[in-house]
Unconditional design. Sequence first.
Length: 218
Amino acid sequence: MPEPRTLADLPFAAYLEDHDGGRLESGGDYNVVHIADQEFDELAAGNARFSESALSAVRFTEGTLRRSRFNDVWLHGVQVIGTDLAESGWLDAEVVNSAFAGVAMFEAGLSRATFFGCKLVSVNLRGAKLRDVAFVNCVLRDVDFTEAELTDVTFPGSTLEDLRFEGVALKKVDLRDAAELGIRNGFASLRGAMITSTQAIDLAPAFAQTLGITIKDS
């Protein structure tokens, strides 16, 4: 199982410059910066671009970062509450001990991203595309993957509660190491997922109901 990096481990750590504390701007470029211990309320920073940057102990409340790009970024202890991240792009991102709650991330694109010890609650990932993404020791509760595309996605040690998979497209999605597997709907769309025999037994009643099979012991 991979381990999260520290700030000092980042290949660009020596080049990071502290953010000046000003508000983030729509369409702004934030390259090789360290944003730390700041709060952004009702932010209006759509189409912003973050590259080779680090965010630590930052809180986003409400506001928008829609269509923003996060390339080669490291987030630690970040809280994202009720924020619009729809259609955002994440490439080579590492998110550690962070929380996303009530966040819109529909039609977002995540590639080569890893979440360590994070909590995602009521996150809308409808129509999102996830490729080579790992959720390690995370909690995902009421996360909506409806009509999303997941490829090479894993959930080692993670607790999955009340997930929605209606119309999802899965390819090489490994659910076997999830600590808890709770799915609300979309059982007919789980083709392409790998589960254990124990998980299959637990999900059997839902599979039977989806197929119109009545289980009745005489």
